[in-house]
Design a protein around this ligand. Structure first.
Ligand code: ADP
Length: 615
């Protein structure tokens, strides 16, 4: 916020500074341009003034010597000597009229020494000069002094402006009168009118009598004193003209250029003009040129606009450049910050990555070690399991050994008695009976051999290969092993297989081992029961086969429900059970993709498991 404020403040200060500089520069430029323009204008004005003066001198020079020429005419002398000779005066009038017309003057007339006009070119006009006395006119007075009289005045009779030249008419050294010519001033004005500059001619009192601007006629260049006004009125030089000042006192710039403020367009506006003057000594005229300075003001305005625009553009350009630099610096700063932040983030990331990598490497190592440990444990476990299974087989074998012993002893005793009987029948020649006895012996040995095969199968360490196994065959095999015990215990065994030809995915020997285990457990459970019943069930359920061994024993007590599948858990007397039967059986079934569960019934225990059915 403070930064923004200070930047704003800086901007305002720089703008104010620029405005001050601009004003100063424009002021200097204005003064310089104005001054230079004035110098140029005044140079030009001087040349023009010179030209105008030359022009005026040319005009005056043209008429200047005319009265002198006329004065030497004897007719004029004679007329002055005898003014009452009407005829002579008439001739003179015509003569003067001719001269007047030829020389293009306004009036030409002859005055006697009293100032009375005795002959005039306008003798024939409405208001002829003849008989009028102009002795008060300065030109007459000068002529009477023997000099060339010059004078500008508004004609009292004609009300026409004119410039008078008067020359004395002499007889010997005596001045008899004066011959006067009046020349037209209007043409002098007209030929120099309509220019940018105004020319004017003033008398020694400052009254303008020739001007290219008709409005200024008979005005004074500066306010006139009372006595001067009175004197001019007295001389009737400008008839009844009101001699108003053209402007107040002018002011001089740099000691050489005079500036006047003139009311223009009937006083509606003020015109500022530069006045340059030169004195015409012969005529006693002050010739002025007034040059309008408006053109200078326009020039100053133009230069100001140009310089102002230029400076403003330069200022804006500088501002833009500064702003651009500032933005670039800001951008650079932001980029640097972003770069730094990115670098920081990168470094952080790198350190985090290396940290993680280290941790991961450590975790990896640990995992590898764990995997190795697991593998080793698995190998150990597999070995232990195989050994356990083997041990269990041995245990079953131990259990069976009594039965086998009984089973083998029985046929052996029978064989012995059949042999004895056979011998006696042979001796008696009863061949048929001897044959029957021999057949019995054969059957018995066959049975004994069967028991041997079963034992061989059971004791072998099986690889446990899973194949298609007929359920009936497995059950038959298991019963073959259990038959002696079943018989001994007088167990009522029911086998229920639906359909008959059920086939499952399992291993013949291992599945047989499982069934032997379960039926053995059932037999042990029903020991001491009055009626001993075991149901061996096998039925299809969709793509599975449910196999169950159900007895009518006491069942498993609630407190042992969770322990019976634990290894070495047994409720049997020592020497009667290892507590491995269910554990091993469950492991085997899991190997086939099933699981042994205990289904509680009102009566007895029902162990069941499912296997994949081969359809
Ligand atoms: P063992 O037979 O050597 O005791 P098992 O693992 O086969 O080991 O059995 C564990 C225990 O489960 C038995 O000690 C017994 O308490 C119980 N059990 C197993 N089968 C039955 C059954 N059919 N009825 C009641 N209890 C049983």
């Amino acid at each position: 916020m403070t930064i923004v404020f200070s930047r704003k403040k800086k901007g305002i200060i720089s703008f104010l500074f620029f405005v001050i500089i601009l004003v100063q520069v424009l002021n200097t430029v204005s003064v310089w341009t104005y001054r230079r323009g004035l110098v140029e204008l005044s140079d030009k004005g001087n040349v023009r003034l010179e030209l105008y003066i030359n022009y005026l001198q040319g005009i005056l020079g043209k008429y200047e010597s005319l009265p002198e020429l006329l004065a030497i005419d004897n007719n004029l002398v004679r007329a002055l000597l005898s003014p009452h000779e009407k005829k002579r005066i008439e001739i003179l009038n015509r003569y003067l009229e001719t001269i007047n017309r030829v020389s293009d003057t306004l009036d030409t007339y002859l005055m006697n020494k009293d100032g009375l006009t005795i002959a005039a070119s306008n003798w024939n006009e409405k208001h002829p000069f003849i008989g009028r006395n102009f002795s008060y006119r300065p030109y007459f007075k000068q002529a009477m002094k023997g000099k060339l009289g010059r004078y500008f005045a508004l004609g009292t009779a004609s009300s026409k402006r004119g410039y008078y030249f008067a020359y004395p008419v002499r007889k010997s050294d005596e001045i008899l009168g004066a011959v006067v010519i009046k020349i037209n001033i209007d043409s002098v004005e007209q030929s120099w009118a309509n220019r940018d500059e105004n020319f004017l001619v003033s008398d020694p009192d400052g009254v303008i009598f020739i001007t290219t601007n008709p409005e200024w006629r008979f005005k004074s260049l500066k306010p006139l004193e009372e006595d001067v006004l009175y004197r001019i009125e007295e001389s009737r030089r400008y008839s009844d003209a009101i001699l108003e000042p053209l402007s107040e006192e002018g002011r001089t710039l740099w000691g050489k250029v005079e500036i006047l403020n003139i009311a223009d367009e009937g006083g509606k506006s003020i015109k500022r003009v530069m006045k340059q003057s030169q004195f015409m000594p012969q005529a006693g005229w002050n010739v002025h040129i007034l040059t309008d300075t408006r053109v200078l003001r326009e020039k100053v305005l133009m230069v100001n606009i140009m310089v102002g625009t230029g400076l403003s553009l330069a200022y804006i350009l500088v501002l833009l450049l500064l702003q651009r630099n500032h933005r670039l610096a800001q951008l650079h700063r932001v980029e640097e910050e972003a770069k730094r932040a990115l670098q920081d983030a990168n470094e952080q990331l790198e350190s985090r990555v290396s940290d993680r990598t280290q941790k991961l490497t450590a975790a990896n190592k640990m995992l590898r070690k764990e995997v190795l440990d697991r593998k080793q444990t698995e190998i150990k476990l597999k070995r232990t399991r195989k050994e356990l299974i083997h041990a269990a087989k041995l245990a079953v074998l131990g259990q069976m050994s009594a039965g086998i012993n009984h089973e083998l002893n029985q046929p052996l005793a029978a064989i012995r008695s059949y042999t004895d009987n056979g011998k006696q029948f042979l001796q008696k020649g009863r061949l048929e009976d001897a044959m029957w006895n021999l057949e019995q012996i054969g059957e018995l040995t066959e049975r004994m051999a069967q028991i041997g095969v079963q034992l061989k199968l059971f004791s072998r360490k099986s690889s446990g290969q899973i194949v298609v196994v007929p359920l009936h065959g497995v059950i038959d095999g298991a019963l073959e092993i259990l038959k002696p015990s079943l018989k001994k215990e007088a167990v009522e065994l029911t086998i229920d297989i639906k359909p008959d030809n059920l086939e499952v995915r399992a291993n013949h020997v291992l599945l047989q081992q499982v069934l032997v285990n379960l039926v053995s457990n059932a037999m042990q459970a029903i020991e001491g029961q009055q009626s001993k019943k075991i149901l061996l069930e096998g039925h299809a359920l969709e793509d599975k086969v449910v196999i169950a061994v159900h007895d009518n024993g006491p069942g498993v007590s609630a407190e042992h429900l969770h322990d019976i599948f634990e290894p070495f858990f047994t409720t049997k007397k020592s020497g009667h059970g290892l507590g491995l039967g269910l554990t091993i059986s469950d492991r085997i079934v899991r190997g086939f993709g099933g699981q042994i569960i205990l289904a509680q019934y009102k009566e007895g225990a029902r162990f069941e498991f499912t296997l994949d059915r081969i359809v």
